[in-house]
Design a protein around this ligand. Structure first.
Ligand code: NAD
Ligand code: TDX
Length: 339
C-alpha cells in the first residue's frame, strides 16, 4: 500500500512515519510537507534515503501540486496531519489557520475524490469540544460531545472536521476522524508547553506559566497516538469519529514543577504571566470507544514518558537549539516580551 502522510516533517507526523516504516515495512510512505517554521527536514534525516520513503515539499493549499502528487503516487490511504497547530499563534494571526486547516483540507479531499482512495484519515483534536469546568471531574469528552470551540485554531480544526463529514455524506468519501488529547514526546517544536519549559529550564530562563497555572490538559505520549491512528486507518469504521486519550490529566503548574525537579533546577524560575485569551480550562478524553472497538490502550505511562522525553531533549540539543536560534527568537520576543 502507498500511504500519503501530510505534515510528516512536524512533531506527530514524523513520529507516525517512524512508527509506520518500522511496523509496516511492506508499505510505501510518501510525505507531503510545506516545511513551514514548524516543519524540519532534519527530523526525517534517518528515513530520507529509505527505498520505501519519498519526501515532497509542497503546500496542501496548492491544488496543482497536490493533484500532481496524486497522479504520480495514487495513494491508497491519506493521513492528514498538516496544519497550523499552535493556539497562541492563531490568536495573533487567524488567517493562515483558516487557509491551511480548512482550505488545505478541502483541496486534499478533492484530490482523494478525484483519484479514489481506500481511506482518508483526518487527524483532529480534542480542542474541537471546547473545555470542561475544573469542578466537574466526572465529565469527559465523548464522540457525542457537541463541537464548541474557543480559539481560531480549534475553530479551524472543527470546520475541517465538519467538512470531512460532509465529504463522507455527500460524496461517499471513505473517511475517519480521530480527536486526540495533548501529545508530548520527541521532536515537538519548542513553542509548546513541555519542550518550551525543558529548553528554558536548561538555559536558566524564566518559565512563563499562563494565569495561575491551574488549567488541566490530558497528556498522551506521541507513540501511543501514532498507534491509535494506525489502528483506526486500517481497521476503524468508515465515517466514524474516535477519541484518543489516556486518562492522564495534569495541571500546567504541576508539569512545570515536575520538569524543574527532573532537571535539578529551582522553582524560582517559575514566572506567572498574563493568561492566554479565551484559555480553555480543562480537557479530558473518554477513550472507551477506541478501546472497545479496536482494543487500543495507551502503553507509555506519564511518569515514564516524561522521563524519556526530557532525556531525548538532553540528548538532541542540536535539533532544538538550531530551531530556537533563528526566526523563533523573534516570535518568542513578540509572545513573551511584554507579557
Ligand atoms: P506541528 O506544528 O508540529 O507540524 C505541522 C506540520 O505541518 C509541519 O511539518 C508543517 O510544515 C506542516 N504544514 C503546515 N502547513 C502546511 C501546509 N499548508 N502544507 C503542507 N504542510 C504544512 O503539528 P503537530 O503537533 O505535529 O500536529 C499534527 C496534527 O495533529 C495537527 O493537525 C494538529 O491539529 C493535530 N493534533 C495535535 C496535538 C498536539 O498535542 N500536538 C493533539 C491533537 C491533535
Ligand atoms: O508558555 C506557555 N505557558 C503556559 O502556561 C505555553 C506555551 C503554554 N502554557 C499553557 C497553555 C495550556 O493550558 O500550557 C497548556 C498547554 O499549552 P500548549 O502546549 O500550547 O497546548 P494546547 O494549547 O493545550 O494545545 C495543544 O493540544 C491540542 C496543541 O498545541 C494543539 O495542536 C492540539 O490540538
Amino acid at each position: 500500500m502507498t500511504i500519503l502522510v501530510t505534515g510528516g516533517a512536524g512533531f506527530i507526523g514524523s513520529n507516525f512515519i517512524f512508527y509506520e516504516l518500522e511496523k509496516h515495512p511492506e508499505d510505501r510512505i510518501v510525505c507531503l510537507d510545506k516545511l513551514t517554521y514548524a516543519g524540519n527536514l532534519s527530523t526525517l534525516k534517518n528515513v530520507l534515503d529509505a527505498p520505501n520513503f519519498r519526501f515532497v515539499k509542497a503546500d496542501i493549499c496548492d491544488r496543482a501540486a497536490v493533484y500532481q502528487l496524486f497522479e504520480e503516487e495514487h495513494p491508497d490511504i491519506v493521513v492528514h496531519f498538516a496544519a497550523e497547530s499552535h493556539v497562541d499563534r492563531s490568536i495573533e494571526n487567524p488567517g493562515v489557520f483558516l487557509e491551511t486547516n480548512i482550505m488545505g483540507t478541502a483541496v486534499l479531499m478533492d484530490a482523494c475524490r478525484g483519484y479514489g482512495i481506500k481511506r482518508y484519515h483526518q487527524v483532529s483534536t480534542d480542542e474541537v469540544y471546547g473545555d470542561l469546568p475544573l469542578d466537574r471531574p466526572d465529565l469527559f469528552f465523548t464522540e457525542e460531545t457537541p463541537i464548541h470551540t474557543s480559539s481560531p485554531y480549534s475553530s479551524s480544526k472543527a470546520a475541517a472536521d465538519l467538512l470531512v463529514q460532509a465529504y463522507h455524506r455527500t460524496y461517499g468519501l471513505p473517511v475517519s476522524i480521530s480527536r486526540c488529547s495533548n501529545n508530548y514526546g520527541p521532536y515537538q517544536f519548542p513553542e509548546k508547553l513541555i519542550p518550551l519549559m525543558i529548553a528554558n529550564c536548561l538555559a536558566d530562563k524564566p518559565l512563563p506559566v499562563y494565569g495561575e497555572g491551574i488549567n488541566v490538559r490530558d497528556w498522551l505520549y506521541v507513540e501511543d497516538h501514532c498507534k491509535a491512528i494506525d489502528l483506526i486507518m486500517r481497521k476503524g469504521r468508515v465515517g466514524e469519529v474516535y477519541n484518543i486519550g489516556g486518562h492522564n490529566e495534569m495541571r500546567n503548574i504541576d508539569i512545570v514543577k515536575l520538569i524543574i525537579k527532573e532537571l535539578g533546577k529551582s522553582e524560582d524560575l517559575i514566572t506567572f504571566v498574563k493568561d492566554r485569551k479565551g484559555h480553555d480550562m480543562r480537557y479530558a478524553i473518554d477513550p472507551a470507544k477506541i478501546h472497545a472497538e479496536l482494543g487500543w490502550l495507551p502503553e507509555t505511562m506519564f511518569a515514564e514518558g516524561i522521563k524519556k522525553t526530557i532525556r531525548w531533549y538532553l540528548d538532541n540539543k542540536e535539533w532544538w537549539e538550531t530551531i530556537i536560534s533563528g526566526e523563533y527568537q523573534k516570535y518568542y520576543q513578540e509572545m513573551y516580551g511584554n507579557r
